[in-house]
Ligand binder design. Structure first.
Ligand code: IFM
Length: 488
């Protein structure tokens, strides 16, 4: 093609580049138990995940976080990877039992030293540290005193938040209190598939409240400890819920599940109280006596950003009388923590059938890929709730990818997944959503909880035999997106 013809073609082609606002924060995330390893080093005590993993049969392949991606020892190499990708920010979590081994009382200075070194390494490369205080690894000592079922754990969490802020607050500007309280409460205390592995629906509701209360108390502790510019957030796993049909029974089921999955967390945080219909729906499980006077005010302590973790949509219907509930059996589960088209064991879901939307591709987790769901979620938060800046604190996908002989990992499905979700992110910004950044889950292949090491979410491949890291094609693609501040 002559130069003139190609210029003409370029001029006529629609501009396919989706450019993000200046200052948009590009990041990637991990969590302590999923990557650090070193579970017995420098004074770290056991967490509920160490205890849970030791139970036979609860984690695929008997995997544990004992070594994980050895990030505790290889953090410098990992920061170098981040630098190569060009990340603006790295979202990591602090291991509570590393910092405060018994969950109360004296701080373990050696444990905090690790995060001190990590934060320094990040800052020296111009990467913003984004710190999550709780990503599910409660000190076992606190579990022995009732865990999140005990109100006191919320107060302990605020003390721990203060200790971490004291040490790292001079260099960390963006703080997240709790990651995905829904998972910690319901998968851990009702479904029993996450630590502490309990199956008590009423307890799971109390745990959910104490996690939210802990968040509110931690926000207050952080506000009084941190000086200078800082932003506080919480990260929720949210999913748009659709009724399988437009029957009245299915629509009402969708309302109920939306209540338990989304509104039960969004509304106390942003509106100052639990939704009335959710309170009513699960009255057979609890009298809500664990909500004390003033708790909802604490939970609604103002935050600066809301973190949205999005992976897959949820479709539900009323269970047909003839359908046989399938018990939780550790099979690949949709995001909502249930077997495919099966009954769910989490609180308040009797009579609910979870469906897989038809005709959508699936990830290696069996989760349907529906980027539009992210747009719907963002628009809903923007339109239905008081204005609050949003950040996508997790989005990504597991695929069965492996390195070739040269250490290259071709993961075109992950690139497609990320590109499509970023396109929706961009569309939401264009529609007026105040969205400040995007964090890929995950920087590294890691310990995917009850699925062990079999599910790879990383944009960096980790060979768990020798801990060798290789940037996958998706990491190289993400590097180009960040450099251009645009998706082609
Ligand atoms: O790996 C998890 C992460 O710890 C929390 N959010 C979902 C991810 C994928 O399941």
């Amino acid at each position: 093609m002559s130069a003139t013809a190609s210029d003409r073609a370029a001029a006529e082609a629609p501009d396919e580049r989706l450019t993000f606002p200046d200052g948009f924060l590009w990041g990637a995330g991990t969590a302590a138990y999923q990557v650090e390893g070193a579970i017995g080093e420098d004074g770290r005590a056991a967490s509920i995940w160490d205890t849970f993993c030791a139970r036979p049969g609860v984690v695929c392949n008997g995997d544990t976080g004992e070594i994980a991606a050895d990030h505790y020892h290889r953090y410098a190499e990992d920061v170098e990877l981040m630098r190569r990708i060009g990340l603006d920010a790295y979202r990591f979590s602090v291991s509570w039992p590393r910092v405060q081994p018994t969950g109360a009382g004296p701080v373990n200075a050696a444990g905090l030293d690790f995060y001190d070194r990590l934060v320094d390494a990040l800052v020296s490369c111009g990467i913003d540290p984004v710190l999550t205080l709780y990503h599910w690894d409660l000190p076992q000592a606190l579990q022995d005193r009732g865990g999140w079922g005990a109100r006191d754990t919320a107060a302990r969490f605020a003390d721990y938040a203060e200790a971490v802020a004291d040490r790292l607050g001079d260099r960390v500007a963006l703080w997240t209190t709790v990651n995905e309280p829904w998972c910690a409460a319901f998968l851990g205390h009702a479904a029993g598939v996450h630590a502490p592995g309990l199956t008590d629906p009423a307890l799971s509701l109390r745990a959910a409240h104490h996690l939210l209360l802990g968040h509110g108390l931690a926000v207050q502790a952080l506000r009084s400890t941190l000086s200078g510019d800082h932003e506080l957030s919480v990260a929720l796993n949210l999913s748009p819920v659709t009724a399988a049909t437009d029957s009245e029974a299915d629509s009402d089921t969708a309302r109920r599940i939306d209540g338990l999955l989304n509104r039960m967390f969004i509304e106390p945080l942003l509106l100052g109280g639990y939704p009335a219909d959710v309170r009513e729906d699960i009255r057979h499980l609890t009298d809500w006596g664990f909500v004390h006077e003033g708790d909802e005010r604490v939970i609604a302590s103002p935050i600066d950003l809301l973190g949205v973790n999005y992976y897959t949509p949820t479709t539900v219907g009323a269970a047909k009388p003839s359908s046989v509930p399938r018990p939780w059996a550790g099979a690949a589960r949709p995001r909502s923590g249930v077997t495919e088209k099966g009954a769910s064991p989490w609180a308040g879901t009797d009579g609910v059938e979870f469906h897989q939307p038809e005709g959508l591709p699936r990830t290696a987790m069996g989760w349907a890929v529906q980027p539009r769901g992210l747009y719907e979620l963002l628009l809903r938060l923007h339109e239905d709730y008081p204005p609050i800046p949003l950040i996508i604190s997790e989005n990504g996908a597991a695929y069965d990818d492996g390195a070739d002989d040269l250490g290259r990992v071709h993961d075109p499905q992950r690139v497609r997944y990320l590109r499509a979700h970023l396109a929706m992110t961009h569309e939401a910004i264009t529609a007026g959503v105040d969205l400040r950044g995007y964090f890929v889950w995950s920087l590294l292949d890691n310990f995917e909880w009850s699925f062990g090491y079999g599910k790879r979410f990383g944009i960096t491949h980790v060979d768990f035999e020798n801990q060798r890291r290789s940037l996958k094609d998706s990491a190289l693609w993400y590097r180009d997106v960040i450099a251009a501040n645009a998706v082609a």
